[in-house]
Design a protein around this ligand. Structure first.
Ligand SMILES: CCCCCCC[C@H](O)CC(=O)SCCNC(=O)CCNC(=O)[C@H](O)C(C)(C)COP(=O)([O-])OP(=O)([O-])OC[C@H]1O[C@@H](n2cnc3c(N)ncnc32)[C@H](O)[C@@H]1OP(=O)([O-])[O-]
Length: 947
């Protein structure tokens, strides 16, 4: 995992060897530690160079390791040994130094970068922060503003920018390793102290508070509801205001909070899902690694509308020559000018020259006879598309691939009119095609594996995230969109307003709610499609009952809006009103309110109050439900593919992971139960009928099934005498911010259901402690805590306070927030472990077993030096006898106490059998008892604005 060589007789060369990106996995950390020890102890070695094999320095911590228990040496002590050594260590950066890889370089005394290298701290995109000192070292090296920008955005910078900022000492066009070896020899004998970043003082701007406040506002606006960038700002503040060691502690605590959050899980899932999507597979068994793509040098695009123009630009800017075809001279000229303008602007932005020489514009399909691939992007009309494909079949040479950009028509029907159905596939771009990253590659039943491989590889070349999907109406993305949009309009009928629905979705994390988004996209397109399919307009059968089509519920409100000429932003009126056509500032429109009221009274609909929870559940569960149908129909290979489509094509909030991941986090059982509930209330909406796969098959299909595992275990534990119901107190990131509480079985397994998401919880043993109040003299091991536990959790960001002295009481009752039979145990010097004693017992007669060693001062000392990984994973608790403590289960299972928001429904969601635990206190809804006090709420609000 790392090679050690002595070169030039006096330089130790340590090469990381962990393909493909030399991630800092456990064996790599081991190897670095051993190699450094060897280098530092060998008198022949005068300097050290660290580089990465295959021209890649290091891609950071091994993200796959985050899912399991920590193995191998923690990273920070390994890196600290590099900085502390008395021989100069030079990082030779080729390819990339990202995340932990960049942090490794920051622990070296010098950094040399190859001119093509990229550097950055992308942790924030994974829902965490640079926790191997990155938040403390980078500000010391380059100052707060630049560090803040890099850390909160995760942006990769070039070697040249790194040099300008003072991150690297030299940039070379030659081999970085060779240059670093020379550099290292010259560094021998020079003082190392000034090169140790930890000893530097952070240059602190006078307006620090204003700067951080502005950064906070900016990230809140850009990524509302996302925790990691806010935590990054807090960590950077620590770099400016605290000594290095305290700042490192702060970084570690913030990491501990983020690390176990649902957001981090979701974002890390997105990282891998995106890569999994490229590994396509067809029902025939053909797949990405056994099918060879053709090389595409030339292409043609038919139709220069918005989509066609974007596709031309996407092809030309990656060096593919393109023939663009239109049917009329005026349209062709118009399209030509627009494409050239787009390419020129794009080239300017990227600092390259526009590849205009690759373009040809024509009115004749005859010019396409020699191209490698054609993408048809004409009007969404099957008859027209068929004519184009028939013509292409005659004109193009036999091997030319024929692709369609249809957004939902039958690709096989088009293949059927050609002489080469095996060479026909869908390439469904999203608008604007040169900007949007998603490409659905539609595999018809007759598409060959070579055709799919070629379309997928072309997508990748164009910088798209390509997902292979089956051939069904709407494919995957648009097929799922219909039930989602339907639910939104049904909710309007029932009493909601566009503003309310949009707000609920935006609070969930969507950048725009469904109605604002529709106004942006234009309402007329959907109206035309509905008219063409006979759902509205003169072709509707007059015998049709109102608000029904083909026996199903139909909401005509969108048609009524369009009938008034309200097509969205472009007409200055849609679901909202705008100051003028083209304006983007949506304002609620009383006319829409009137329209809704008139509509409801015409149909005798009694409007009701609709909760945000119902909006989220109906809109999003129905989305996932359709996703499961798609999986069952074989139109998508994996839930990850569906999620990637929604993340990149429909702006599903990334920190929620995508509709399928989100459903798995909520709990498929819960999703099923809610869908059943809504379907019973609306039996004429077939999309609400839960697909049984959502309950059974999905567990097979979803990789992220820990929750189901947790639920299953929780259920099996209920009532078992050997299961300690509350074997520890865990708390999730949301609840660490307060709200109010309800108990659930899932908490025993380290999962919390809150804000509609199951999140792994941080064991309180990993949370900061407050000092233990002095023990009353008449009580040896039990005291009342005067401070509420929740309040302590809310203070999650300050540093750990020093552990209490060993004489402090081991147990205490918490007076304020919790009902009186909770016990706080002291573990490793922290008052943090809660156990519920038997009913009517004030304190456990037999104290739970605590590893005595954990209470010794020595142990506390070691704890003091706890590394971030230890903090994150938490101490091992030998006493946890519940099945949940098994690491084999892969569950974050240090036991737990479940806390849930009062706003949510009170029934026990996890106990479908109706009894969560026999004689248990756990099935009570204790919201009233446990509602936070006003002062706590104030703290919550305070924290929510600062963390
Ligand atoms: C426990 C507490 C820890 C505390 C210490 C914290 C330390 C630190 O602050 C945290 C981190 O570093 S967080 C990390 C911060 N670092 C980042 O966020 C960087 C993440 N990585 C990237 O951005 C891109 O992969 C690169 C730009 C590195 C290469 O792009 P490219 O050339 O287009 O290649 P590609 O197609 O993208 O990947 C190829 C294969 O490599 C795989 N893989 C990649 N990185 C991995 C990793 N770190 N790990 C594992 N695997 C990783 C990838 O899945 C794929 O696998 P597959 O099985 O073949 O599918």
């Amino acid at each position: 995992m790392a090679r050690y060589e002595l070169v030039k007789r006096s330089v130790a060369l340590i090469t990381l060897t962990n393909p493909p990106v030399n991630a800092l996995s456990s064996p790599v950390r081991h190897a670095i530690a051993n190699s450094m020890e060897r280098a530092l102890s060998d008198p022949k070695v005068r300097a050290v160079v660290i580089c990465g094999e295959n021209g890649r320095f290091c891609g950071g911590a091994d993200i796959r390791e985050f899912a399991g228990p920590l193995r191998g040496p923690p990273l920070i002590p390994v890196l600290e040994a590099i900085e502390a050594g008395d021989k100069p260590v030079v990082a030779a950066i080729e390819g990339m130094a990202l995340g932990g890889g960049f942090e490794l370089a920051l622990f070296c005394h010098y950094r040399i970068a190859q001119s093509k290298a990229r550097l950055g701290l992308p942790e924030v995109t994974l829902g965490i922060l640079p926790a191997a000192g990155g938040t403390q070292r980078l500000p010391r090296l380059i100052g707060i503003p630049a560090a803040l920008e890099m850390i909160t955005t995760g942006r990769h910078i070039s070697a040249q920018e790194a040099l300008k900022l003072g991150i690297v000492d030299q940039v070379t066009d030659q081999n970085a390793c060779e240059t670093a070896l020379e550099f290292a020899l010259k560094a021998v004998g020079k003082p190392l102290s000034p090169r140790r970043v930890s000893t530097l003082t952070t240059p602190c701007p006078p307006d620090l508070d204003a700067l951080l406040e502005a950064a906070t506002m900016q990230v809140k606006k850009k990524t509302p509801g996302v925790m990691a960038p806010l935590a990054c700002i807090q960590a950077v503040r620590a770099a400016a205001t605290m000594p290095y060691s305290k700042g490192m502690k702060q970084e570690s605590e913030l990491m501990a909070t983020l690390f176990n959050s649902g957001q981090a899980r979701a974002l890390q899932y997105c990282f891998f899902a995106q890569r999994t999507a490229g590994k396509w597979t067809l029902p025939s068994g053909a797949q990405w690694n056994n099918s060879k793509p053709r090389e595409i040098r030339s292409a043609a695009v038919i139709g220069l509308g918005t989509m066609g123009r974007g596709i031309v630009v996407s092809l030309a800017r990656v060096g593919i020559s393109v023939i663009a075809v239109e049917s009329e001279k005026k349209l062709l000229e118009n399209g030509r000018q627009m494409v050239i303008g787009m390419l020129e602007r794009d080239a300017k932005r990227r600092g390259v020259s526009a590849s205009l020489n690759l373009l040809k514009f024509t009115l004749s399909l005859q010019d396409l006879k020699d191209v490698d691939l054609v993408i048809e992007a004409v009007f969404e009309d099957m008859a027209l598309k068929k004519r184009v494909f028939q013509e292409l079949s005659k004109v193009c040479r036999p091997g030319t691939l024929l692709c369609t950009n249809t957004s939902g028509l039958d690709v096989d029907a088009l293949a059927g009119v050609t002489d080469r159905p095996h060479l026909v596939a869908g390439m469904h771009f999203f608008s604007p095609a040169h900007v949007m990253k998603l490409l659905e590659v539609v595999c018809g039943p007759r598409s060959s594996s070579e055709t799919i491989a070629t379309a997928m590889s072309l997508g990748k070349k164009m910088g798209k995230v390509s997902v292979a999907v089956g051939n069904c109406p709407g494919f995957v993305g648009n097929r799922m969109l219909k039930p989602y949009l339907d639910q939104a309009t049904f909710l309007l009928e029932e009493g909601a307003t566009p503003e309310q629905i949009d707000k609920a979705l935006e609070d969930f994390g969507f950048a725009m709610g469904v109605f604002r988004m529709s106004d942006l996209a234009g309402l007329d397109v959907g109206w035309r499609v509905r008219k063409e399919s006979g759902l509205t307009g003169p072709d509707v059968d007059p015998k049709n009952p109102p608000r029904k089509r083909q026996g199903r519920r139909y909401c005509p409100i969108p048609d009524m809006v369009c009938e008034q000429g309200r097509f969205g932003q472009k007409t200055g009126r849609g679901w909202y009103k705008y100051d003028k056509p083209g304006d983007t500032n949506a304002k609620p429109d009383p006319l829409i309110q009137n329209l809704l009221e008139t509509y409801r009274s015409r149909y005798g609909i009694q409007p009701r109050n609709i909760s945000d929870q119902e909006i989220i559940e109906r809109c999003l569960f129905v989305l996932a439900n359709e996703g499961f149908r798609i999986l069952e129909d074989g139109m998508a290979a994996r839930p990850e593919d569906i999620d990637v489509i929604y993340l990149f094509g429909y702006a599903f909030p990334r920190h929620r992971g995508g509709p399928m991941f989100y459903a798995s986090m909520v709990g498929l059982e819960r999703v099923l139960e809610r869908l059943e509930h809504y379907h019973q209330a609306h039996p004429d909406v077939p999309h609400l009928e839960p697909i049984t796969m959502a309950y059974t098959g999905a567990q097979k299909a979803l990789k992220s099934d820990k929750l189901d595992e947790a639920q299953a275990l929780a259920k099996s534990c209920a009532g078992r005498p050997d299961f300690l119901p509350c074997d520890g107190l865990s708390i999730c990131a949301t609840h660490s911010h307060g709200k109010c509480f309800k108990l659930h079985w899932c908490c025993h397994l380290g999962w919390c259901h809150c804000k509609y998401v199951y999140q792994p919880m941080t064991n309180v043993a990993q949370l900061p402690s407050t000092p233990v109040p002095a023990a009353p003299s008449d009580c040896t091991d039990t005291i009342d805590l005067s401070i509420s536990l929740t309040e302590r959790f809310l203070r999650i960001s300050p540093c750990f306070l020093p552990p209490p002295c060993p004489e402090s009481p081991k147990y205490c009752n918490i007076a304020e927030l919790f009902i009186d039979d909770y016990i706080v145990k002291r573990i490793n010097g922290k008052m943090c472990y809660v156990q519920r004693p038997p009913i009517h017992t004030e304190a456990p007669s037999t104290p739970p077993q605590i590893n005595p060693a954990s209470l010794t001062p020595q142990k506390q000392h070691t704890e003091d030096k706890q590394t971030v990984e230890e903090t994150v994973k938490g101490p091992k608790m030998g006493h946890c006898s519940s099945p949940s403590s098994s690491e084999d289960s892969g569950i974050n299972a240090l036991g737990g106490h479940y806390l849930e928001s009062c706003e949510e429904e009170s029934e026990d969601e996890l106990s479908t059998d109706g009894h969560s635990s026999p004689g248990s206190l756990w099935d009570q809804d204790e919201c009233t008892l446990l509602s936070p006090s006003k002062s706590i709420v104030e703290i919550i609000e305070n924290i929510e604005t600062t963390v």
